[in-house]
Design a protein around this ligand. Structure first.
Ligand code: NDP
Ligand code: MG
Length: 380
């Protein structure tokens, strides 16, 4: 029985983790659940899975939880999530969105726990210190993001395997068939119509700007100890190949399947073994697979993400924070699509260079958020 601490249980990934647990309840057990404020769905989850520990960060929402199982202890407040990482769990599944994932990931590693990581912002902002902690503690950091899981599979589940190049695939997001002129006036409601994947709002907007692919390139550099020059991203509109690895002899390995997070989620818990999922078997005779280059003019966020990583130190953290705020503003129709890139650039120009540490990342994250809000003239 694998005992799982699940952080971010109410989100798109979190709910799929719970479906996986329910599908194989003889193999998996939930020992703790955490979320931010979605108390109604959280309350249902807690009563169904009866964890030892339940954590809802927002106190106002936590008060509204009227019923909890007798075996469950409920925590709330800013650091409540850390209580979900119990001594008892075998693995911490991090499905929290955004920079908020960093502190729990570092805490889990510090406690010597294996981490299944869906949250990509953690590695983008703090990859240097996270990977150092992973090496020092000798724990496993298991990729869940579909591209990084695909690479993990192509490398026979060996994060240290040799390769020539990693090739990440990108669907192109909701606006892939529009020109730059057409895109500039399109609202978030349009950007949320992802052609292939059903995900949380923030990541769906990141797919439309292709910032998501920039985050994933950085994530791959950290996970697979690769320089930027060894990680490529290409457009693959069908989202059937989830990523590829090119080797020294010219061979390329690819992982294929219908676009569903069920496989990477479950595999993170069971690899090298594979169990049944509810995903349909792929009929390749019904598919044509196509590929293309990323248009950097149409997708400036992608180039900015890579630039921030090349700048080093705390710049990727600043890029990520600026993007989180800008995406929030775009979702509220307060800014336009290409303002997201402009605001990221504004943060990168104005942030001061600092060596990466847990404290400097918190400082950088806060400052970059403030720079973006001040530029637009909003408080939060
Ligand atoms: P969602 O927005 O659907 O869910 C986010 C989850 O995190 C919710 O449970 C939310 O709680 C919780 N949360 C947010 N902020 C906090 C906080 N400060 N403290 C505690 N909990 C918090 O996101 P997704 O499930 O789509 O994505 C999760 C992560 O996985 C992201 O980093 C994303 O990039 C990555 N990812 C997602 C994929 C997908 O298919 N969705 C694919 C690959 C990677 P509440 O509901 O209460 O707000
Ligand atoms: Mg992905």
């Amino acid at each position: 029985m694998i005992k799982i601490a699940l952080l971010g249980s109410t989100g798109s990934i979190g709910r799929q983790v719970l479906s996986t647990v329910a599908r194989h309840s003889d193999k998996f057990k939930i020992v703790s659940l955490s979320a931010n404020s979605s108390y109604e769905i959280f309350s249902k989850q807690v009563n169904e899975f009866k964890p030892q520990v339940a954590c809802l960060t927002d106190p106002v929402s936590a008060i509204k939880i009227t019923e909890i199982p007798s075996e469950t202890t409920l925590y709330t407040g800013e650091n409540a999530t850390l209580h979900a990482i119990t001594e008892d769990c075998d693995i911490v599944f991090v499905a929290i969105s955004g920079f908020a994932g960093l502190a729990p990931v570092l805490h889990a590693i510090e406690m010597g726990k294996d981490v299944a990581l869906a949250n990509k912002e953690t590695l983008v902002a703090g990859g240097e210190i996270v990977m150092k902690a992973v090496r020092e503690k000798g724990v496993r950091l298991i990729p869940v993001d579909s591209e990084h899981s695909a690479i993990f599979q192509c490398l026979n589940f060996n994060l240290n395997a040799e390769f020539k190049k990693l090739i990440l695939t990108a669907s192109g997001g909701a606006f892939r068939n529009f020109s730059k002129i057409e895109i500039q006036n399109l609202k978030a409601s349009e950007a949320l119509k992802h052609p292939n994947w059903l995900m949380g709002k923030k990541i769906t907007i990141d797919c439309a700007t292709l910032l998501n692919k920039g985050l994933e390139v950085i994530e791959a550099c950290h996970l697979y100890s690769a320089p930027l020059s060894k990680v490529e991203a290409i457009i693959h509109p069908e989202s059937i190949i989830h990523s590829m690895v090119e080797f020294e002899d010219g061979a390329i390995m690819a992982q294929l399947g219908y676009p569903s997070m069920e496989i990477p989620i479950q595999l993170a818990l069971t690899y090298p073994n594979r169990l049944k999922t509810d995903v349909s078997f792929l009929d390749l005779t019904q598919k044509s697979l196509t590929f293309g280059k990323i248009d950097l003019d149409k997708y400036p966020c992608f180039a900015l993400a890579l630039k921030s990583y090349e700048m080093g130190d705390n710049y990727a953290c600043a890029m990520n924070a600026a993007n989180e705020v800008a995406v929030g503003l775009y979702l509220q129709d307060k800014i336009g699509f290409y303002d997201i890139a402009d605001l990221i650039e504004h943060a990168l120009v104005n942030i001061e260079r600092i060596k990466v540490s847990k404290e400097s990342l918190l400082y950088t994250d806060g400052l970059a958020r403030r720079l973006v809000r001040e530029k637009i003239g909003v408080k939060s």
